[in-house]
Design a protein around this ligand. Structure first.
Ligand SMILES: *Cc1c(COP(=O)(O)O)cnc(C)c1O
Length: 413
């Protein structure tokens, strides 16, 4: 198959490996377990080390199986290049390690994945100021910018309350001001939304979630969309300035974060993620249908106090979600009337599993204030709109009626 830009999302992923050298006719990129790579001519080895020739040197910096996945992620995001990491958090940590310096400032959405929130506290203790803003309005982002701002960081749909960042206007603002715009696309995935469309320079994905999809492997990725002009980024070291400006950012991330901190994705994991990714469109289509059906049913039930799902017209950013996303996602959260204890309700569910994680084929439920958002404390939870009784649901691919029956039977006490 030759490079063909008009193929659809799934066709492109399925045939991605065949656009490069095919080893032994294998439709899957084989799993290369070698940690090192030998050269017949020692001068080639030297040329690879000096960046004059492309090639692999050592597994921590690159591996053919991982490269094939990077290529797939790049195609999914319509980007220029990608780097994979052992986890989504390693990918986010890499932004800090490779691109930020003492005295810099980051403007971040305050509606954040809990561990990213925790990471920003670490970053603050190491001399980078983080301004948390309500990113559902670009005005709040604009007001927080200082001469030291190096990055604006947002998630697409926030977990667990499903607030949606003012994605397009923030993108326009960052472009005008020449600021690097980083979007964590995990909650939407490149199937529902491509941040490049709203001007993101870098896109982060936790591959652990919808992309791998089966809850059996961890991974993360950063994709450079090609939109950001790295020649304007102050923190590129002289060494990487020698590269063409389009490659400077990712060259520095690969060396300074992946190579030096070493959270590399294993080739076996890359293979598992690549197999999972083949069905992301099929899974998400079913998951979004299931999520909508459950959200509608619960919203209509008088025993439910509130449902947060971007697919409901009652959601504050419903219009924005309709404009930007292919569908409304596989995650929603809700609160029961105070008379029903959320733990008792969860214990009455038969199919849905009491577990953290999201973007899995199986439906998972969790009382967020008591688990994943417990560590951050009551004050920050209140600021994020997380009530003590809030239940988060990551909707799987089960048959729709089975899920409706499970969630509705559990309402009967
Ligand atoms: C899960 C998640 C991450 C972290 O990914 P891991 O692969 O678990 O490290 C980052 N951002 C968002 C929005 C997530 O949901």
């Amino acid at each position: 198959m030759s490079e063909h830009s008009t193929y659809g999302f799934t066709t492109t992923i399925l045939h991605s490996d065949r656009q490069k050298d095919i080893e032994h006719g294998s439709p899957h990129k084989p799993i290369h377990t070698s940690v090192t790579f030998g050269y017949t001519d020692s001068r080639d080895l030297a040329a690879v080390f000096q960046g004059k020739q492309s090639g692999y040197r050592y597994g921590r910096q690159g591996n053919p199986t991982v490269s094939a996945l990077e290529d797939k992620i790049t195609k999914m995001e319509d980007g220029a290049s990608s780097i994979c990491f052992a986890t989504g958090m390693a990918a986010i940590g890499a932004l800090f390690q490779a691109l930020l310096r003492n005295g810099d400032q980051v403007v971040s959405s305050s509606f954040l994945f809990g561990n990213t929130n925790s990471l920003w506290q670490t970053v603050e203790a190491q001399g980078v100021d983080v301004a948390f803003v309500d990113a559902t309005d670009v005005a709040n982002v604009a007001a927080a910018i200082t001469p030291a701002t190096r990055m604006v960081f947002v998630e697409t749909i926030a977990n667990p309350r499903t607030q949606i960042a003012d994605l397009k206007r923030i993108g326009d603002f960052c472009r005008e001001r020449g600021i690097l715009y980083v979007v964590d696309n995990t909650m939407t995935s490149p199937y529902l939304f491509r941040p490049k469309k709203v001007g993101a320079g870098l896109v982060v994905n936790s591959l652990t979630k919808s992309i791998a999809g089966h809850g059996n492997v961890l991974g993360g990725a950063i994709t450079d969309t090609g939109l950001y002009d790295w020649s304007a980024f102050p923190n590129i070291a002289a060494n990487f300035r020698k590269q063409p400006s389009a490659q400077q950012g990712m060259a520095q991330v690969r060396a300074k974060a992946l190579r030096d901190f070493g959270a590399s994705l294993a080739p076996d994991a890359a293979h598992q993620i690549a197999v999972g990714a083949e069905t992301i469109a099929l899974r998400l289509e079913r998951e979004c249908v299931n999520a909508m059906a459950l959200a509608k049913m619960l919203e209509a039930d008088p025993r439910v106090a509130v449902v947060h799902y971007p697919g409901l017209p009652s959601h504050p950013q419903h219009a924005l979600a309709s404009e930007l996303f292919r569908a409304y996602g596989a995650l929603f959260s809700f609160e029961l009337q105070p008379a029903i204890d959320c733990f008792d309700y969860l214990n009455r569910l038969k199919l849905a599993i009491n577990a953290t994680h999201l973007g899995d084929t199986r439906t998972l439920v969790i009382p967020v204030a008591h688990t994943i958002f417990f560590e951050m404390g009551a004050e920050r939870r209140a600021a994020m709109g997380i009530a003590d009784s809030l239940i988060r649901v990551s909707v799987g691919i089960e048959d729709t009626q089975d899920l409706l029956n499970d969630f509705s039977a559990a309402l009967d006490t």
